[in-house]
Design a protein around this ligand. Structure first.
Ligand code: UT7
Length: 319
């Protein structure tokens, strides 16, 4: 029997406050029509004053643990993907560990921006395959609103806050995470970055993006990593049941789906309501499609993401 890790529970959390495009158009020169036409985004959730990434990660973790019917005492590792940690250190993962009442095991953050969840899932999967962990809580959580330049219409309309989580567990059998595929290319760090940090400006900084160029790279890189994941498992594009992509722009999602020959309703899309929640977008979308019954046991689920770094990656899962 092949030993692999299986996603045994999913969870998510969105801050209560919803910010619509029309509300945004009051403070920056934009319009609902422009945002919807160029991105598909209609609204985003924004963390309340004092609500931190750790709070969002904690709520997502509780929801995933409940769905997995797992108690925190059974978790031996927490991996939190975030690009908006509560503090430079300690890691937000250790804060969440304490909030969950977990004193054993280990917890750490992963930074791969919008690809963070795929990176964290890959690390968790490999810990399980290597026999170093049995049950891993993998979280993607962000308060991206805190690093936006709210006067820059080219970026502030695109992002939102939220969190999602999965519990992965060692299982024997053919279902589970089939493979993960990670890539990065640091030559493009200037196309999507934050213009601050402890070692450079000693300030937090703001997100900066050359949207058009990121878009161009995203389409190419995502298509190539998707094919890599399928080839590694001897699958064809037509074998995919569900695409759960990082939610950056509806045009990117539709383009990827078209390239793969997937029908619109095989793609889990949440970008209209959540905007781009960076590392949280895939587990948020996954949780929605699992809870509403779209994703069923035995189906082939492909997740993919691309983000700052550049980083990109994919995970293929037999649910
Ligand atoms: O999650 C990480 C990965 N990120 C992504 O994948 C994002 C990839 N990029 C994108 O999604 C798109 O490039 C954007 C949504 C960011 C921009 O769409 P675009 O079709 O590439 O537009 P653009 O940047 O070429 O801008 C077109 C015009 C410009 O005006 P001019 O120069 O043509 O006069 C912008 O100034 O739209 C203008 N513009 C806006 N207008 C109204 C830019 N932002 C806005 C805005 N409202 N919010």
């Amino acid at each position: 029997m092949i030993k692999r890790s299986r996603i045994i529970g999913t969870g998510s959390y969105l801050p209560k406050r919803i910010l619509t495009n029309d509300e945004l158009a009051i403070s920056v020169e934009t319009s609902n029509d422009w945002i919807v036409e160029r991105t598909g985004i209609r609204q985003r959730h924004i963390a309340a004053d004092g609500e931190t990434t750790a709070d969002i990660a904690y709520q997502s973790a509780i929801s995933a643990l409940e769905s997995a019917d797992t108690s925190i005492s059974d978790i031996d590792l927490i991996i939190l993907a975030t690009t908006t940690p509560d503090n430079t250190f300690p890691s937000t993962a250790t804060k969440v560990q304490a909030m969950l009442g977990m004193k054993h095991g280990a917890a750490f953050d992963i930074q791969a921006v919008c690809s963070g969840f795929i990176y964290a899932l890959a690390v968790g999967d490999n810990f399980i395959r290597a026999g170093q962990a049995k049950r891993v809580l993998v979280i993607g959580a962000e308060t991206i609103s805190r690093i936006l330049d709210w006067e820059d219409r080219a970026t502030c309309v695109l992002f939102g806050d939220g969190g999602g989580a999965v519990v992965i567990a060692k299982e024997e059998g053919s279902n589970g995470i089939l493979s993960t595929h990670l890539h990065s290319d640091g030559r493009y760090s200037n196309l999507l970055y934050v213009d601050g940090g402890p070692s450079t400006t000693q300030s937090v900084g703001h997100l900066r993006m050359s949207g058009k160029e990121v878009f161009r790279h995203a389409v190419v890189n995502l298509a190539s990593v998707v094919d890599e994941a399928l080839a590694a498992n001897s699958y064809q594009r037509s074998d995919i049941d569900w695409l759960v992509p990082h939610q950056a722009n509806l045009r990117i999602l539709s383009g990827t789906a078209r390239k793969l020959g997937l029908k619109e309703d095989q793609v889990v899309v949440t970008v209209q309501r959540h905007a781009n929640t960076s590392a949280a977008s895939i587990p948020l979308a996954l949780d929605e499609a699992v809870r509403d019954g779209r994703i069923q046991e035995g189906q082939l689920v492909l997740m993919e993401a691309m983000g700052g770094g550049f980083t990109w990656g994919a995970a293929l899962v037999r649910w």
